[in-house]
Write a protein that binds this ligand. Structure first.
Ligand code: HCA
Ligand code: CU
Length: 378
């Protein structure tokens, strides 16, 4: 298998998430840590938007030495020129061709008109010496016939990469596989995928795309991006390491990147988020914790040390807090519970579980604090 490359789009797609805006210094900081993490290429921004954005992209590109840089541009000469001014290695030109896009994004221009724009923009970018990625926006809702027509243009123009965007997160792994396979056959360049996460399927689709022959996957730190975002950098890279023995990532950068992006975006990862959520490496039930204390592999496939985190067994404070909701059922006077003395081990009635009530309960308190729920020992 060829090495799968990661394109990180935290600074472009990520900054498009609602409420997220990075300063120049923050962009440089994030870019440098992505470089050290080992991503292959970053999407720096969309310089054609304004003079200021062009300056910012230029300054970020100047700081990057060990990975490639790409800036985004619509299929028009002014935006390609602006991309060229930033000094990025790549321009990522994008356009969409399906009926809904022609109606809403190109004010009812014809598909032929968009195709001409695309062809002349690609040729112009190549003349300027830029490497060109062309993205079929909304590819997941574009017919195979149209995809084939685009292949004729991009093959003729000599694009270096072709990206299929699941702009609205409409793919499932099977559909994604079919279109990537079709693209591998029809385009004579590398295939990239840009996968939105509206159904929570972005990572699964990425693995399907790899099986079908895609070699570049778009990601962002914590998966941030429009709406539900895109593929998460940490989940993607860790799964490449585990499933494909990819040893190229410096996972020790995980914590820093997570912290800086979470701080600036104010998106705190949900507790059960893979790798960076606060529960990701906590083994809570007694059954799990006991087995893991003998050999952590019992309930662990992905190890925290790789990312600079620690596994935890039985974190009592947290358990008590999380189980408080059960305590309502143990109000004094509950028919189950007559006195504090009876509380030590009391059949709770949820499946085969026993409830162990904290011996420090205060009888006068309206609720008893339940320390934890666990399965009976064998
Ligand atoms: C956008 C849409 C986009 C483009 C992807 C790309 C998408 O510009 O906001 O140019 O590779 O999801 O289709 O992010
Ligand atoms: Cu996108």
């Amino acid at each position: 298998l060829t090495k799968i490359k990661l394109l990180d789009s935290t600074l472009r797609e990520g900054e498009q998430s609602s409420g997220v805006c990075f300063s120049l210094e923050e962009k440089i900081e994030i870019a440098k840590h992505l470089e050290s993490f080992g991503v292959d290429i970053i999407e720096v921004g969309h310089p054609g938007i304004s003079q200021l954005e062009e300056e910012v992209c230029k300054k970020v590109c100047e700081q990057i030495k060990n990975m490639e840089t790409l800036v985004h541009a619509r299929a028009c000469k002014t935006e390609i020129l602006s991309a060229h001014n930033t000094g990025a290695n790549w321009v990522g030109i994008w356009a969409s061709f399906n009926p809904i896009s022609l109606e809403t994004k190109f004010t009812n221009k014809s598909k032929e008109w968009v195709k001409e724009q695309v062809l002349s923009s690609i040729l112009f970018a190549k003349e300027l010496g830029l490497k060109v990625r062309f993205t079929i926006e909304d590819a997941s809702r574009t017919s195979f016939e149209i995809i084939e027509e685009i292949a004729q243009i991009t093959n003729q123009a000599g694009v270096d990469r072709l990206s299929l965007a699941d702009t609205v997160g409409a793919w499932n792994p099977q559909k994604c596989y079919q279109m990537v396979k079709f693209a591998v056959k029809n385009f004579n360049c590398e295939i990239e995928v840009h996968l939105h996460n509206d159904f929570g399927l972005a990572l699964a689709n990425a693995h399907s795309a790899i099986e079908a022959g895609a070699s570049i996957i778009d990601v962002s730190v914590l998966g941030i991006g429009e709406r539900a975002g895109i593929c998460d950098l940490f989940q993607m890279s860790a799964s490449l390491a585990y499933f494909y023995d990819d040893v190229s990532f410096n996972f020790k950068e995980t914590k820093y990147l997570k912290d800086i992006v979470a701080r600036i975006s104010t998106f705190i990862p949900e507790p059960h988020r893979p790798i960076v959520g606060k529960n990701a490496f906590i083994h809570s039930s007694k059954y799990h914790a006991k087995a893991n204390s003998k050999n952590y592999k019992a309930y662990e496939f992905l190890s925290p040390e790789l990312f600079g985190y620690e596994r935890k067994l039985l974190p009592q404070e947290y358990v008590r807090e999380s189980k408080l909701r059960f305590s309502n059922e143990f109000k004094v006077g509950n028919p189950f519970v007559k006195s504090a003395a009876e509380l030590k081990y009391h059949r709770h009635g949820v499946g085969d579980r026993w409830v162990h009530i904290d011996s420090r309960v205060d009888e006068r308190s309206p609720v008893y604090i339940i320390e934890r729920l666990f399965h009976e020992d064998y």
